[in-house]
Design a protein. Structure first.
Length: 357
């Protein structure tokens, strides 16, 4: 049956808030009042109607593409939906990684895709394995959908593996949608798969790594002809973005080093703390975290709903239970808390794990 809602997003929005949330997957919010902004900078002159060029140029220059390859969208969320809506017709075969971010499945299902899955094996560090993708691909495959960095595990897809998947797609006339919302937290930074040629359609935003989810500044990188189709399709949806948000996004790009700030150093510290924590526990299986904002360990205690419930009841803390990623004995932790809070959250996680031993 066609999906017409996201249970995960509903949970993420309305779960009871806790003080030490390891559920988040973005760096702390960047405060726009740290930049010199005048209210007159935000005027509503409607310049966004013809696809606001200053923002397109700012994004295109940061990601090394031409403005013709770029489509603006409300966050990576709408970017993913728009990319799929432009490319998927009801009944099309679409391959989606497993585990994955639930909304990618939901959007493809909503559009009537015939969804097939390919596994990113936990035992293989959730690696993107082109041989596994190839085994799942047929002439009927129209789209291959994946995340890089991988949500939930943060596994990084190697460029040669992406290239091999691009080749598979080319052979069957399919596209590869790569959600790159976490890619800018790779260490060292990696280029977008958009540089690997026309099969690739890549999405990203100022949300996770930049702490600016509120601006809803997202985008799609695609070959120019396809990008044009997506712009035209978006006329049916949002027409254009809120212009003050576009102006603020331009300011953010002009000051991108300040916006990024201490984020990478904080994430590196928190990953180090996480690695120490996880390697000292015999009830967790987790590869050392070297990239990204999340990890997805396996817990020997079984269904991690139980762990989340204990954290919430007793420790004012939370994790994302693995059921949201179709792997109930795993759970996702996010590294985006300020380090002091992250340490305290880990201490609480340790206490809850000990309780349930
Ligand atoms: C893989 C993935 N894509 C997209 C999003 C949503 O990003 P945005 O806030 O830019 O819409 C998330 C947020 O959790 C995500 O994990």
């Amino acid at each position: 049956m066609r999906t017409i809602k996201s249970d995960y997003m509903h949970w993420a929005k309305f779960k009871r808030p806790v003080r030490y949330a390891l559920t988040g997957s973005e760096v702390p919010h960047f405060r726009m009042d740290l930049l010199a902004i005048n209210i007159a900078d935000l005027d509503l002159d409607g310049a966004s109607h013809p696809r606001y060029l200053p923002l397109r140029k700012a994004i295109a220059s940061r990601y090394g593409v031409s403005p013709e390859q770029l489509v603006a969208a409300d966050g990576t969320s709408m970017a993913n939906f728009l990319a799929m809506a432009a490319l998927i017709s009801p009944g099309d075969q679409v391959l989606v990684e497993w585990p994955t971010y639930e909304l990618l499945l939901g959007a493809a299902s909503f559009l009537g895709a015939d969804i097939k899955r390919f596994e990113r094996k936990a035992a293989d560090g959730f690696r993107l394995d082109p041989a596994i993708v190839e085994a799942a691909t047929s002439d009927a495959t129209r789209m291959i959908i994946l995340t890089n960095l991988h949500n939930p595990s943060s596994a990084l897809a190697e460029l040669e593996d992406l290239r091999a998947i691009g080749e598979l797609a080319r052979r069957s006339g399919a596209r590869v949608l790569v959600d790159e919302v976490y890619l800018d937290s790779a260490v060292p930074p990696r280029p977008s798969a958009a540089h690997l040629g026309p099969p690739f359609v890549c999405t990203n935003s100022l949300t996770k790594v930049y702490g600016l989810s509120g601006l809803r500044c997202g985008w799609i990188l695609a070959e120019p002809e396809l990008a044009e189709r997506m712009w035209r399709l978006n006329d049916l949806f949002g027409v254009n973005q809120a212009h003050p948000a576009e102006r603020l996004a331009c300011l953010a790009f002009e000051n991108i080093d300040r916006v990024v700030g201490d984020g990478p150093a904080m994430l590196a510290r928190n990953r180090g703390l996480w690695n120490e924590f996880a390697s000292a526990r015999d009830d967790l299986e987790s590869l050392p975290a070297s990239h990204g904002i999340t990890a997805f360990p396996r817990w020997s205690g079984g269904d991690t709903e139980r762990l989340d419930a204990r954290l919430r009841e007793r420790y004012d803390a939370s994790i994302v239970p693995g059921r949201w990623f179709e792997m109930p004995d795993h759970f996702r932790v996010g590294f985006g808390l300020p380090t002091g809070e992250f340490e305290e959250a880990l201490a609480r996680l340790g206490a809850a794990l000990d309780d349930l031993k």
